[in-house]
Ligand binder design. Structure first.
Ligand SMILES: C[S@@+](CC[C@H](N)C(=O)[O-])C[C@H]1O[C@@H](n2cnc3c(N)ncnc32)[C@H](O)[C@@H]1O
Length: 273
């Protein structure tokens, strides 16, 4: 299997078990202005009628996009199970939802005014091919708007969780660890310029926003334990990690019972020439 094929096989197997994992965690996340990262992304394509969601998962972003009247929406994902959830959303009854790869889009040239991608671009291999395909299906002047993960804010639960996770993963034999996912260049402005420029996009606009995921310890655990890195851990290892996390959170919990947790996201936008 090629590297990209093994990454995609891992992602498909992971989302077959947890098809709504990202929306469950990030749907309740809030930026400083009180809105979710899905809503922030939606703003970047306001007024654009034909919109494609790349790696649409269970369709939460498409549902937010559908709040603007008269839109023609399409979503594409590797995961049949995630798409089955998207198809159950009444707001998406008229959307075209396709199982497939971002590297080979099943859409005609120039069929969209915008392409959005929430927490998925940074997982994709053969990223130049993805950039070329997005450029092909966008009409001239079309916009690509993405949310990519930016890591822990620091001094909160997610940072502590990552420390515990590193120790747990060291116990897993190297042969069972997850394949390195995606292309690192998608996580920085310069890197994304390097990928998108040759495909015909103008310079990338870049904003970094903290997303507050604070809540009861069970809610915070549900968010952080959705990371792909937990995929290869057996039940006993996940239980040990959970116990260690709950123990470490005791001294961080506020008198009201909330655990502070935050995650940075980068919002990147680029316009096709
Ligand atoms: C972290 S989830 C995000 C799902 C959704 N966008 C959200 O934020 O709720 C990443 C999604 O991207 C999809 N994905 C990853 N690589 C892909 C590819 N090459 N082509 C299509 N979908 C892909 C996965 O199947 C998964 O559903």
């Amino acid at each position: 299997m090629t590297t990209t094929a093994s990454q995609e096989a891992f992602l498909q197997a992971f989302h077959a078990r947890r098809p709504a994992v990202t929306a469950e965690a990030f749907g309740r996340g809030r930026a400083p202005d009180g809105r979710s990262s899905y809503e922030l992304l939606c703003d970047r394509v306001a007024g654009r009628r034909r919109v494609l969601d790349l790696g649409c998962g269970d369709g939460l972003l498409l549902e937010v996009l559908a709040q603007e009247n008269g839109r023609q929406l399409a979503g594409l994902d590797l995961s049949a199970q995630a798409l089955a959830l998207a198809r159950r959303r009444p707001a998406l009854a008229g959307a075209r939802l396709e199982e497939g790869r971002a590297q080979e889009l099943p859409f005609a040239d120039g069929s969209f005014d915008a392409c959005v991608c929430h927490m998925a671009l940074m997982l994709m291999g053969e990223i130049e091919q993805v950039a070329a395909e997005v450029a092909r299906v966008l009409s001239p002047g079309g916009v690509l708007a993405c949310v990519v993960g930016g890591g822990a804010v620091g001094g909160e639960a997610y940072e502590r969780f990552l420390g515990l996770l590193r120790n747990t993963i060291e116990e897993v034999p190297a042969s069972r660890r997850i394949p390195a996912l995606g292309d690192r260049r998608t996580r920085s402005r310069d890197g994304l310029d390097e990928v998108l420029g040759p495909a015909g996009f103008a310079a990338v606009g870049w904003e970094t926003v903290p997303i507050d995921l604070s809540g009861r310890v069970e809610q915070v655990w549900a968010a952080v334990s959705g990371l792909y890195d937990l995929g290869p851990l057996d039940t006993a290892a996940v239980e040990r990690l959970r116990d260690a996390f709950f123990a470490e959170m005791r001294d961080m919990t506020t008198p009201e019972g909330a655990v502070p947790c935050a995650f940075k996201v980068h919002i990147a936008t680029a316009r096709l020439h």
